[in-house]
Structure formats: structure tokens, C-alpha cells
Design a protein around this ligand. Structure first.
Ligand code: NAD
Ligand code: ZN
Length: 348
């Protein structure tokens, strides 16, 4: 990111590492819709010559002298979120918010990211997880942000076993939320979206009903499909500033509206007063940033290893050179209808 609205290449020294850190080279990298908010909407403010990229699998090339478990040559899942595990927020159970709101989100926010020949990871022993041999770097890179975020959306939604869920937005994050909701025991899962390529994966990941927000008001369609009741949980994984209107209208008493969407624009986000029971409808709005850290990555890898989910379904475009990152990022910005997630693969 050269500045708001402009991307390009920049020449930098190989970064140095602290005693708990690791230096890595990427084996697979994916751009994220969050990069699009950051660069083209200026969502987190101005950044100059910041290296983007927070979704990577890497190979360790150097470790600091206090690193015990991670070794040179290890192939590792690098979480998008790399908390400071000793911080107060982490100790209170909110590791993604260490130091400041969203403070666990370092890469491509206030630290250079992984779209580079080399990048670093803080607290390597606590943040990096060994990539199991049965998982390719390309598949692995789908876990570090997309699965972790989407699954968190389902975890935060408090879905009753056999309950109903609506997932608003079925890009890679929403699709991961659908799989997460299925794994959490949802009975009925509404996928709200239109792109045929996403609809297909939504069904494979567990959606039982497909609703197009282009065919009418989402809340009305969900109410109609549930005998006027609404669903037990709503996961918001896309849409603009008005999306919480659809979410609250789809919910019923006791629902959690679990937001994982990144609101890139506008000062305020509207909540619909009447469907929210004038603030008294027992409909909670829960927010969260992708969980990071070693244990989380190991758990996500288990889902692949033991056959409970296939991350490769999210990958629609594959590239094989660092130079292709620019095209991959622009794909993420332009979102052609056949795109879910592009990945740049530099090692196998
Ligand atoms: P995406 O753009 O591929 O998917 C979102 C989809 O929502 C798009 O297909 C869009 O057409 C659709 N949409 C637009 N309006 C809609 C509406 N009214 N109802 C239903 N769908 C609608 O994006 P993605 O890569 O899947 O990411 C989703 C969001 O999650 C982004 O905002 C991203 O920045 C954010 N994100 C958050 C975290 C986190 O930690 N919370 C992590 C990663 C990404
Ligand atoms: Zn991201």
C-alpha cells in the first residue's frame, strides 16, 4: 500500500527479529477483502509504503534466541492475528484485542505483512503452528483468516443444536461461517447471497436454503420461510453499512447477531428500531476479530486432517509468482462473479 487508493511495489531491507520472533518466507499468500477496505476505502486511515498481506503459510528461515519450539525449516500456518499473549486483554480472554482495539491485527495494519519475500512473526512459539503434511500451503492459507473468522462468527452466534441460522454474505468469510454453523450443530442454515460459485460451495458446506437479497428484503424472506418467526442466530459476513438492518429483521428473541463484517465506511451503523424491539427485543449484537495463535491454528488444521471440512473449496484462482500478487489483490477488489478466493502459491 503506497497510500490510500494506491498499490505498488516497494523495496525494503530484510526485517530484523526480536528474541521471541521468527523470520519467514511465504509459501502461500492470499489477499483479503479487508485489504480492499484498508487500501481503497482508507478504512483504518492513511498508511505509507505498508506491506500488505495477513494470510500466509510460510517457511521459517531464522528464529530469535528465546524461541524454543519453532525451528528453521519448519513450515507453518501464520495466523492473520498474532496476539501479544502476555497482555492484559489476552489474559482476560480477548487475545485479538491486545494492546488496543484490534491490536492483535498487526500484519497489514501497523506492521509490514506477508506480501513480501520475507516477513516476521512476533511470539513465534505462541503464534505459529506446524503445517501438517497432509495440508498444502494453499489450503492452509484458507485457515488462517477465512476459516478462523467464519468459524468465530458461528461460535459467537450461540447456535442451539438443531437451531436455525442465517448467514448474510457468502464470500469466503460467510462460506466459512456456514461450515462453522454446521459443525456447531445448526439444523437449518440460510445462505444469503447470489454469486453462483458461492452458492455451490454454500450448499457443499452445509447451507439448506439459499436466499437472494436481490429478490427482496432479506428479513421478510427469512421471516416468511420461518413462519414469521425469524432465525435463532444471524451471522453477518458481508454487505454495506445498512446490513445490520437485514440482520436484526431476520432475528427472533434470543438471537445473537454475530457480526464478522468489516464496516469500511461511514461514521455510524444503523440498527432498525422497531425490529429491535425499541432496544428491548432480546436480540444481541456480538462483534469479534478473527482469533489467532498457535492453538487456534492447530484446531483448524484438525478439522481438515480428520475430514470435517475442505478448505480448497474456497480457492477459485491460483497464481504461482510473487509478481502475481498485484493481480490477485485487484481480483479481490473487483470481485468478478467467478471469484471466491485467489491464492499465490510459492512453494508446495
Ligand atoms: P466478499 O466481498 O467476498 O463477500 C461478501 C459478500 O456479501 C459479497 O459477495 C457481496 O456481494 C455480498 N453482499 C453485499 N450486500 C449484501 C447484502 N445486503 N446481503 C447479503 N450479502 C451481501 O468478502 P469476504 O472476503 O467474504 O469478507 C467478508 C467481510 O469480512 C469483509 O468485510 C471482510 O473485510 C471481513 N473480514 C472480517 C474479519 C474479522 O476478523 N472480523 C476477518 C476477515 C475478513
Ligand atoms: Zn483478512
Amino acid at each position: 500500500m503506497k497510500k490510500i487508493g494506491e498499490i505498488g511495489w516497494v523495496e525494503k531491507d530484510i526485517p530484523s527479529i526480536g528474541p521471541q520472533d521468527a523470520l519467514l518466507k511465504p509459501l502461500a499468500i492470499a489477499p483479503c477483502t479487508s485489504d480492499v477496505h484498508t487500501v481503497w476505502e482508507g478504512a483504518i486511515g492513511e498508511r505509507h509504503d505498508l506491506i500488505l498481506g495477513h494470510e500466509a503459510v510460510g517457511e521459517v528461515v531464522e528464529v530469535g534466541n528465546l524461541v524454543k519450539n519453532i525451528k528453521v525449516g519448519d513450515r507453518v500456518l501464520v495466523p492473520a492475528i498474532t496476539p501479544d499473549w502476555g497482555s492484559d486483554a489476552a489474559q482476560r480472554g480477548f487475545s485479538s484485542q491486545t494492546g488496543a482495539p484490534l491490536g492483535g491485527w498487526k500484519y497489514s495494519n501497523y506492521k509490514d505483512g506477508s506480501m513480501a519475500e520475507y516477513f516476521t512473526c512476533n511470539e513465534a512459539d505462541f503464534n505459529l503452528a506446524i503445517l501438517p503434511e497432509n495440508i498444502s500451503p494453499a489450503d492452509g492459507v484458507m485457515l488462517v483468516d477465512m476459516w478462523s473468522t467464519g468459524f468465530m462468527g458461528a461460535e459467537n452466534a450461540n447456535i442451539p443444536l438443531g437451531g436455525s441460522v442465517a448467514v448474510l454474505g457468502i464470500g469466503a468469510v460467510g462460506l466459512s461461517a456456514i461450515l462453522g454453523a454446521k459443525l456447531q450443530g445448526a439444523g437449518r442454515i440460510f445462505a444469503v447471497g447470489t454469486r453462483p460459485v458461492s452458492v455451490e460451495v454454500a450448499k457443499e458446506y452445509g447451507a439448506t436454503d439459499i436466499i437472494s437479497y436481490k429478490d427482496g428484503d432479506t428479513g421478510d424472506q427469512i421471516k416468511e420461510a420461518t413462519d414469521g418467526e425469524g432465525v435463532d442466530a444471524v451471522i453477518v459476513a458481508g454487505g454495506g453499512s445498512d446490513i445490520l438492518i437485514d440482520a436484526v429483521k431476520s432475528a427472533r428473541a434470543g438471537s445473537v447477531v454475530s457480526n464478522i463484517n468489516y464496516f469500511g465506511e461511514g461514521e455510524n451503523i444503523p440498527i432498525p428500531r422497531t425490529p429491535w424491539g425499541f432496544g428491548m427485543a432480546d436480540i444481541d449484537i456480538h462483534t469479534g476479530l478473527c482469533p489467532g495463535g498457535r492453538t487456534r491454528m492447530e484446531q483448524l488444521a484438525n478439522i481438515v486432517t480428520y475430514g470435517r471440512g475442505d478448505p480448497s473449496k474456497l480457492i477459485t484462482h491460483r497464481f504461482d509468482a510473487l509478481e502475481d500478487l498485484e493481480e490477485a489483490l485487484l481480483l479481490m477488489k473487483d470481485k468478478p462473479r467467478n471469484l471466491i478466493k485467489p491464492v499465490v502459491i510459492l512453494g508446495d
